[in-house]
Design a protein. Structure first.
Length: 323
């Protein structure tokens, strides 16, 4: 049996604005029901990439597919399967919430016989049922955000693209947004979410896609975070031990801070236990030995430093999985 097509497929995507390169050979894929965190500095090409996937900007070259539909060849069909909420979204403040959702359903060609049901279902899932007769101008920032998301999903898209959805939200509204994203993913919706709040992205994302200067510098599952070991010595020479460890297979560059050593470790928990046991047998005065996993922010900053220090082309080739 053949593998199902990814919900989002991007291959060698190129795009420029008046000669300024925004995307330079971006490629990635996202499976059904995944939540991909799209991260990168301002000007990295995140919004351009999202607009291309949403069918709003035709690329110069490259391939794009949403739910198996070629976005360039069949833009209308692809947009029917896609929802897109831009950073600065607009709502009709003189319409009721119900009419805003109904208008979005009409614009997305939801059949008349299904529109009332779709509006009711979306309102229920977003906690808007009690607000249907109010106007957006009378709502809080978080409530308006939920209405905007409702207009993006009222037609039942397979793919939902959110550009900075947590901007301006208070902590409670951000928590509600995270719960909504997890619920949509559980229903099989594939999400691409851009944000500068990496700690929140880490809370609900399954994958991370890192961009720098229009190129991919890392892409992979969030769960495959790099295993880091922090080891503190009760005595002895940390520099000597660092040199010994650096020469071993499966151990990355070792850094020392006083009596503490830290290093990336490729082994599993059994290999970690074996390393500790060997050090103790060899008489190394280990005071503490603990594992910690790099956060998304640490991984992102590390890849960003690599990309800026080595050149984006080289780092993209070496990037592989981001986490």
């Amino acid at each position: 049996m053949s593998e199902p097509a990814p919900a989002i497929s991007v291959a060698d995507l190129h795009f420029s604005y008046d000669g300024t390169v925004a995307l330079a050979g971006v490629s990635f894929a996202a499976g059904t029901g995944t939540v991909t965190a799209l991260v990168g500095p301002n000007g990295a090409g995140k919004t351009t990439l999202m607009r291309c996937i949403a069918g709003l900007e035709p690329p110069e070259r490259g391939a794009l597919a949403v739910a198996g539909i070629d976005v360039v060849a069949e833009p209308r069909a692809a947009r029917a399967r896609t929802g897109f909420l831009q950073d600065f979204f607009g709502l009709y403040d003189r319409l009721s919430v119900r009419r805003c959702l109904d208008y979005a359903a009409r614009a997305r060609l939801v059949p008349e016989a299904e529109r009332d049901l779709r509006v009711a279902e979306v309102a229920s899932s977003l906690g808007l049922t009690e607000l249907l007769e109010r106007t957006p101008s009378a709502l809080s920032r978080g409530q308006r955000q939920r209405v905007a998301i409702g207009t993006a999903i009222v037609h039942g898209p397979d793919v939902l693209i959110l550009d900075e959805p947590a901007a301006g939200l208070d902590p409670e509204a951000r928590a509600e947004l995270a719960s909504l994203i997890r619920a949509l993913a559980a229903k099989g919706v594939t999400l691409l979410v851009s944000s500068h709040i990496l700690a929140e992205l880490e809370d609900y994302s399954t994958d991370v896609l890192m961009l720098e200067a229009g190129q991919v510098i890392g892409h992979g599952p969030v769960g495959r975070a790099e295993r880091q070991i922090a080891l503190t010595l009760a005595g002895g020479d940390p520099a000597s031990l660092a040199a010994r460890l650096s020469a071993e297979e499966g151990i990355g560059a070792v850094t020392t801070t006083g009596q503490e050593l830290s290093f990336a470790f490729a082994g599993d928990e059994a290999a970690q236990a074996a390393l500790l046991a060997r050090l103790v047998r060899e008489g190394v005065p280990v005071a503490t030995f603990a594992e910690r996993r790099s956060s998304m922010q640490e991984l992102y900053l590390s890849r960003l430093r690599e990309a800026r220090g080595q050149g984006a082309d080289q780092s993209a080739d070496q990037g592989g999985a981001a986490a």
